[in-house]
Design a protein around this ligand. Structure first.
Ligand code: HAM
Length: 412
């Protein structure tokens, strides 16, 4: 039997319902924030990701690269920001009135698979094309937080200001000097990072327990007045809008295009649900205008894992009729569905008892019985499966009846 490739998975059953629900919640929220859907190819020219200024491990070690039949160098996208920016430049979308974009799609990273880490995984993300502005940037944090709150997912927001290019360059120099003193104690990966990506040492789970690690210079000591004021404004808004956060000067993120604000939302299982930040040079570096951007991406598998389905879309009504009332029952079914209640009808000609038994297995809120009497009198007999209360009501009053019930049971 052929099995799925390592680090991939199939989506089905309850998870596929959860997935679709999550996607619909996200899309609904983004509509209120005025975002446009942007879809880019899953593979791009390798050069888009492998740039001289991008030394991150994700880009240098984890990409799926290949040559197509004409010898073009191609890479499966490891993330969606570079592709989104390429599309925004190529299609001149930076000239549009609305410069808010979102995407949902798969990404590929050759990583060691484990819980919440796949080789093909899905991200939902946004990119906002705008120069640094504390309100625009805070708004991006607010959107991510709103999504998590709406899905009732507990998380902690970590933020850091990694400063402007010049502030970071000074910091990098000091950090490099500092860690060089402890070179022998660094793990093999961090030894390599010392020469090409010093900031990433701060992110190392292996080295972080060392005493010398805790005394390393902090970026906060290298920020100028402007950067400090910007961070203060963001923090003031986070407090005003009651978004719990921690200022973490070790948060550096895995990609090199960031400057100023970077952030992550961490789950209660200590996994990054969402990561993002500001990028001021990426658009220019990819051949576009000199304008900045900010965005984030959620890992949808991780979101799914933290999300408990409070199934508002659960089966509301199951109609059971005798063979002879099929047409009438079908009419009632469609009336209920037109009012957006998830409902079913057993179309089979099995006897009433058998239909009742199997319908109960699906745990509907209501059973609706339709026999001769009901059809004749244009009524339905409705039974609340929790309270066992059963009554016969006019068919024309059924939707009002259901609406009233769910209004009084908002969280049902
Ligand atoms: P990232 O932190 O590399 O950022 O990925 C964002 C999210 O994708 C992570 O927080 C995590 O939830 C999920 N993720 C990453 N790798 C995997 C994996 N192997 N398996 C499952 N989930 C994973 C970016 O990709 C940036 N493009 C985000 C961004 C948008 N920055 C600005 N705009």
């Amino acid at each position: 039997m052929i099995k799925r490739p390592k680090g991939t998975y199939d989506l089905f059953g309850e998870d596929s319902k959860k997935w679709q629900y999550m996607e619909s919640v996200i899309k609904k929220i983004l509509k209120t924030y005025d975002f446009n859907y942007l879809r880019t190819p899953t593979f791009e020219e390798t050069n888009l990701f492998k740039r001289d200024d991008e030394k991150s491990e994700m880009v240098t070690k984890q990409t799926y690269d290949f040559e197509d039949k004409s010898g073009r160098k191609i890479t499966l996208r490891p993330e969606n920001t570079a592709g989104a920016i390429r599309a925004i430049i190529e299609n001149k979308l930076y000239l549009e009135k609305n410069k808010n974009f979102y995407y949902i799609g798969s990404n590929f990273r050759y990583e060691r698979p484990q819980k919440g880490r796949f080789r093909e995984f899905f991200q939902f993300g946004i990119e906002v094309i705008n120069d640094r502005d504390y309100l625009v940037d805070f708004n991006v944090l607010l959107i991510a937080s709103k999504i998590l709150k709406t899905l009732k997912i507990k998380s902690t927001l970590l933020i850091n200001n990694i400063g402007s290019e010049s502030e970071r360059a000074k910091y990098n120099k000091e950090l490099s000097k500092y860690f060089t003193k402890y070179q022998e104690k660094l793990c093999p990966d961090c030894k390599e990072r010392l020469s090409n990506n010093t900031l990433r040492i701060l992110d190392c789970k292996v080295c972080s327990s060392n005493q010398f690690f805790k005394k390393a210079p902090k970026i906060s000591d290298f920020l100028g007045k402007d950067s400090k004021e910007y961070l203060n404004k963001i923090e003031r808004l986070l407090k005003e809008y009651k978004i719990n956060y921690k200022y973490d000067t070790n948060l550096v993120r895995g990609l090199d295009y960031y400057s100023d604000l970077v952030f992550e939302f961490i789950s209660s299982e200590n996994q990054a649900l969402c990561g993002g930040g500001r990028y001021n040079n990426l658009i220019k570096d990819l051949g576009g205008p000199d304008v900045g951007g900010i965005g984030f991406a959620f890992g949808l598998e991780r979101l799914l894992n933290s999300f408990t389905f409070n199934d508002n879309d659960k089966l509301r009504c199951f109609i059971i009729s005798d063979t002879l009332q099929k047409d009438y029952s079908y009419r009632v079914l469609n009336k209920i569905r037109d009012s957006n209640f998830y409902s079913k009808l057993d179309y089979s000609d099995r006897n009433f008892g058998k239909k009742l038994k199997s319908s109960l297995k699906e745990e509907p809120d209501f059973l609706i019985f339709i026999k001769d009497e009901e059809e004749k009198n244009k009524t339905v007999t409705i039974k609340n499966t929790k309270t066992q209360k059963q009554e016969t009501i006019k068919e024309k009053d059924l939707i009002d009846y259901l609406n009233k019930f769910y209004k009084g049971n908002e969280n049902a």
